[in-house]
Design a protein around this ligand. Structure first.
Ligand SMILES: [Zn+2]
Length: 180
């Protein structure tokens, strides 16, 4: 961010951008910066209630831009294509793991990558805090990747699997579109 852009950031607003609730007495609330033309950003402050909602929406739209009521089947893809798409998804979630509750998604993706190629299972171990984790290796870089070994309910797994299939199907369609 350059100096000009930094200077364009306004002071915290007194009211929630979404519902107009008073927020200047709340100790911590979310603020989002949105691009507003060249070298300018708009500051948006949100009350915790609205933020919960907005955050979830942002998260949903991240890999599901189009909503279809009919569940889509995983598209036909080569092993390599599938592994690349899953890998891309895994990496974007991995980067967000501290900010968002994506543990179950990462957990399932790691297992899919183990199956389709992209990660190698090494061992069950414990992380720094002593919590159980699964250790994987990135065959390309040799990096050690620790994934929290968590219990994920069947229903949650099924819904994540569905969203991954949706993502793969978007990914496959996009690929086709750019080839034409
Ligand atoms: Zn609000």
């Amino acid at each position: 961010m350059d100096k000009e852009t930094l200077l364009s950031i306004g002071r915290p607003q007194r009211r929630c951008m979404n519902c107009d609730a008073q927020i200047d007495m709340i100790e911590r609330h979310a603020s989002v910066l949105r691009p507003a033309g060249d070298h300018a950003v708009e500051r948006c402050d949100y009350c915790p209630t609205c933020w919960e909602q907005l955050k979830d929406d942002a998260y949903e739209s991240f890999w599901m831009t189009r909503r279809d009521t009919t569940p889509r089947k995983a598209p036909k893809m080569s092993r390599r294509e599938r592994s690349m798409a899953l890998r891309a998804l895994f990496e974007s979630l991995w980067d967000r793991r501290e900010a968002e509750d994506v543990g179950p998604e990462i957990y399932l993706l790691a297992h899919l990558l183990m199956k389709w190629g992209g990660l190698k299972y090494r061992e069950n171990a414990a992380d720094i805090s002593g919590r159980p984790c699964l250790v994987f290796e990135d065959p390309a870089s040799g990096d050690r990747i620790e994934i929290a070994d968590i219990e994920v309910g069947d229903e949650r797994l099924a819904s994540i699997q569905q969203r991954i299939d949706d993502f793969l199907s978007e990914y496959a369609n996009e690929d086709k579109a750019s080839d034409e």
